[in-house]
Design a protein around this ligand. Sequence first.
Ligand SMILES: Cc1cc2nc3c(=O)[nH]c(=O)nc-3n(C[C@H](O)[C@H](O)[C@H](O)COP(=O)(O)OP(=O)(O)OC[C@H]3O[C@@H](n4cnc5c(N)ncnc54)[C@H](O)[C@@H]3O)c2cc1C
Length: 394
Amino acid sequence: METLTIVGASLAGLSAARAARAQGFEGRLVVIGDEPHRPYDRPPLSKDFLLGQITAEDLSLETDTDSLDAEWLLGAEAVSFDAATRTVRLRDGRSVASDGVVIATGARARQLPELADVENVHTLRTLDDAARLGPELIAGRRLLVVGAGFIGAEVASSAASRGLEVTVLDTKPVPFAAQLGAEMGSVVAALQSAHGIELVPSATVDGFVTSRRRVTAVRLAGGRIIATDLVVVGIGAEPNTEWLQGSGLELQPGVVCDAMGRTGTPGVVAVGDCAAWFDETTGTHRLSSHWTGALERAALAVEALLDEEAPQRQHKPHYFWSDVHGVKLQFAGHAEGHDRVEIEAGDPSEHSFLAVYYRGDAPIAVLGMNQPRLFAKRRRSIVPATLAGAAALS
Ligand SMILES: Cc1cc2nc3c(=O)[nH]c(=O)nc-3n(C[C@H](O)[C@H](O)[C@H](O)COP(=O)(O)OP(=O)(O)OC[C@H]3O[C@@H](n4cnc5c(N)ncnc54)[C@H](O)[C@@H]3O)c2cc1C
C-alpha cells in the first residue's frame, strides 16, 4: 500500500493515522477534514468548555510525540467517493486516489427543520457550535433543551450551574431508558430534578412561538406554553455519509461494516460515529457513537485494512461515560434484554452506586455513578448478550 487516505480529521481519523504508523505503514498518509481545525476533543464541549473552564487550545487531541508525517487537507470537504478506484473527490475540485481509505466522517447534530432560520436556537457538535453557545449562557436566562439525551443533559447541567433556569423536553416518559433501562433512567432524572432542572416527560411539541426570528416559547400538545430565551436542540446525531451515496458502499445510514470495520469493498474501512460495525452481541449492525469506540476501534480497522487476512478480534464491550451535575456516570455493555438490575454497592438516591444488569445469571451491563474504581473492576465481568442469551436458554 503506497497511499492511505483518511477522510475525517477528528478522533477516529487521528486514531487511525496513529494506528497506521504504529502498525508499520510507511507510505503517503493523507488526512482530509472539512473543519478548519486540527483534531480536537468533543466531550468537553458540553462540559468544561461550556463552563468556560478550558480553552479551545486545551481541546487539542494531538500530542508532542505524534510524528505522523501526514498531509493534512483541512477545510476540505469530501463530496463523493468512487469505491472501485478509491478516489475521494473534494468540493474544491481536487481528488485523491489511494490504495487504502479509512472513512471516519463521524456524525452531525440532528436539526429541527422548522427552526432552521431562527437565531436563538443552537445544536452542539462542533467547537464552533460551542463557541457560539457559551456566551449565550447568561445567569437568569431561561433555556429550553429539546431532547433528553446525554448531550442535552450535559448542556442542561452546565447551564444550570451557570445560573440559567433550565427546562428539558423529553418525548419519552423516562429519560435515558433506551440506554440505561427505565429504572436507572429514573435515577438520572432524579439527579436532574435535584439540581433544579425541570424535566417534562412525554412531551409533544405542538409548535414554537417566534418573534423577530427568535423563539420566545414552545407550545406543547395539551396546551402548556413554556417561555424561553434560548433553545438547544439535542435530538441525537446522524452519520455523515451523504458523500458516499452512489459509491457502492452499503449505508444503513451508517457505513455497514463487519466486526473489524471492513466495508465489503477491498481497501475501504470505516470507523467511529459514521460506521455501523457488526455487533456480535446482538447479531446486528449498529452505530457506536461514543468516544471510546472511535478511539479503540481505529486500530482494528487499520489492521484489517493493512492485512486483509487479519483475524477477527474480540471487541471490548460497548462503553460510554457522561458528566452531569458533578456526577460521573459510566456504562458498559448493552441494557437491552436485561431482566433485572442489582445494586451491588452504594445508594442510587445518593448518586453514588454500582448497578449490574442481568439476563438470567449473566451480567450483561454495568452502570456506575461516581464509582470509577468499582466500575473498572466490574466492567471486566460483562458477558456479551448473545452468550448470556445462550446461557439463559440452556
Ligand atoms: C458535545 C459532545 C459531548 C460528548 N460527550 C461524550 C461523552 O461524555 N462520552 C462519550 O463516550 N462520548 C461523547 N461524545 C461523543 C464523541 O465525541 C464521539 O463519539 C467522537 O467524537 C466520534 O469521533 P469521530 O472521529 O468518529 O467523529 P467526529 O468527532 O464527528 O469527527 C468527524 C470529523 O469528520 C468531518 N467530516 C464530516 N463529513 C466530512 C466530509 N464529507 N469531508 C471531510 N470531513 C468530514 C467532521 O466535520 C468531523 O471533523 C460527545 C460528543 C459531543 C458532540
